[in-house]
Structure formats: C-alpha cells, structure tokens
Design a protein around this ligand. Structure first.
Ligand code: 5GP
Length: 115
C-alpha cells in the first residue's frame, strides 16, 4: 500500500508538511495549498476513506465528530460572518484528491450556485 497513498494520507503520516489548524485522534484540518477564498481549510478523517461514497455505517461516529468540529474551526478561523462547507465527490463533483475531505471556505461573500 505504498503506491496508491494519496497526498492527504502523506500529510496524515507527516511525510508532507501542511499548515495545521486542528489535530486530534480522528481528524486533521489544514490550510489548502491553493486557497479559493481568504480562508480555505480542509478537514479530513485520519481513516482512509475515498469520498462520501466510501462511507459506511461504521463511520457514523467519525462523521458526527467531524461535523461537530466545523463550528469550532469556523470560530477559530474568524468566520463570524458565515462560511461554506463543501465535499466534492467523484469526477462530476470535481474531486481531485481521493481521500474524503471537507472544504471550509470563508472570509468573503461566496456565490451561489457554484460553477
Ligand atoms: P478536491 O478538488 O478534491 O475537492 O480538493 C482537493 C484540494 O486539495 C484542492 O483544493 C487542492 O488545492 C488541495 N491540495 C492538493 N494538494 C495539496 C497539498 O499538498 N497540500 C494542501 N494543503 N492542499 C492540497
């Protein structure tokens, strides 16, 4: 299992540096290397899950835990005016890294609908 490890798995394993904003036993949050807004943070599970379609009932506690952290991160990141949580899934969803991740975007007015 060395060849198909994603860039995010390498960040989890400490092989690639990232600007961390949160770290616990289940998940990690760090700044996106190519920010699409003044604040652009990625929240990822440490467990290897390819995307939303890779979730199972076993992951309920993990997902509940991660969602409960989002408002804490938003507060820490100064997003008192609001923010957006995004999970791109699969080719049509625009997913480019095959490890489940939530984008937390904020710091400006975000448009809707997304492209
Ligand atoms: P996706 O397009 O899969 O929804 O999001 C993947 C995100 O990961 C992109 O926003 C991209 O900029 C970010 N990304 C890709 N490689 C790296 C990296 O090595 N470090 C960090 N911090 N972000 C990355």
């Amino acid at each position: 299992m060395t060849n198909n490890r994603t860039i995010f798995k390498k960040i989890i394993d400490g092989e690639i540096p990232a600007k961390l904003v949160y770290d616990d036993e289940m998940c990690l949050a760090f700044h996106d290397v190519s920010p699409q807004a003044p604040v652009h943070v990625l929240l990822i599970p440490k467990k290897v899950i390819r995307n939303l379609d890779g979730l199972s009932a076993d992951d309920r506690d993990l997902m509940g835990h991660m969602l409960s952290i989002v408002p804490l991160l938003a507060q820490k990141l100064g997003l008192s005016e609001g923010y957006r949580l995004v999970a791109n899934c699969g080719a049509n969803g625009g997913q480019s890294v095959d490890h489940l991740h939530f984008h937390i975007l904020g710091g400006r007015q975000l448009n809707w609908p997304p492209g």
